[in-house]
Design a protein around this ligand. Structure first.
Ligand code: SAH
Length: 212
């Protein structure tokens, strides 16, 4: 992505929904929302279409969106500001550090949408559904909480099925063509989802349930 103009002032304009010190928030995330409601995380929110719509539809729930690229998270924050949402916050950091940012069982669920496939075999440990990541998610999500994963990338999906199995996270709603399935109703499309689907790719989806 090309460098964004006026990035600094645009970032500053979003200061009220941007968390700059996420590690200090560990175990205290609900306090930022002044409320005991359910708390969900999206990792790799991109330009924020998904989390913005999700937060709009569920004003009683809270959402934290993580994105590692500053110029991208800026666009997501601007979208949330424009929608005047008060139940979503944004954090710019690498998901590898997730256990330093969330307390055990702090989250009710996690969304992974169109995570980078890292197609080369030697990079498989970087995939956000690699077992080491799943073990981290297991810690920070409460018992009975869910991981929602969508991807157009079939090799990544097949890899993920094995990883969830190896991590003993039971699966439900597994499908390889979400848009023609019964679960399409209520499905919020992401930017990548619409792009890939327009190119003729089907969308794979699974839900994992954390059992402790
Ligand atoms: N969810 C969006 C974007 C998918 S692309 C959509 O479906 O349209 C994947 C996004 O994840 C990219 O924006 C990338 O910067 C981000 N990402 C990749 N690895 C990450 C990591 N380790 N931590 C946080 N974000 C990450």
């Amino acid at each position: 992505m090309r460098k964004k103009k006026n990035a600094e002032s645009r970032m500053n304009a979003c200061a009220d929904i941007k968390i700059d010190n996420p590690k200090e928030m560990k175990g205290k995330w609900r306090e930022t929302f002044d409320h005991e409601g359910e708390l969900f995380l999206e990792i790799g929110c991109g330009k924020g279409t998904f989390v913005t719509e999700l937060a709009k539809r569920n004003p009683d729930k809270f959402y934290i969106a993580v994105e590692v690229v500053p110029d991208v998270i800026m666009l997501a924050m601007e979208k949330a500001k424009k929608a005047e949402l008060t139940n979503v916050r944004f954090v710019c950091f690498d998901a590898a550090e997730i256990c330093e940012v969330f307390e055990e069982g702090e989250l009710d669920g996690l969304y992974l949408n169109f995570s980078d496939p890292w197609p080369k075999k030697r990079h498989h440990k970087r995939r956000l559904t690699y077992i080491d990541f799943l073990e981290k998610y297991k810690k920070i999500i409460k018992n009975g909480g869910k991981i929602f994963f969508k991807t157009d990338n079939r090799p990544l999906f097949d890899f993920s099925l094995i990883q969830f199995n190896d991590a003993s996270i039971p699966l439900s709603q597994v499908c390889t063509d979400l848009h023609t399935s019964m679960w399409e109703q209520g499905n919020i499309h992401t930017e990548y989802e619409d792009n890939f689907s327009a190119k003729g790719f089907t969308i794979n989806r699974l839900v994992g349930t954390i059992i402790k």
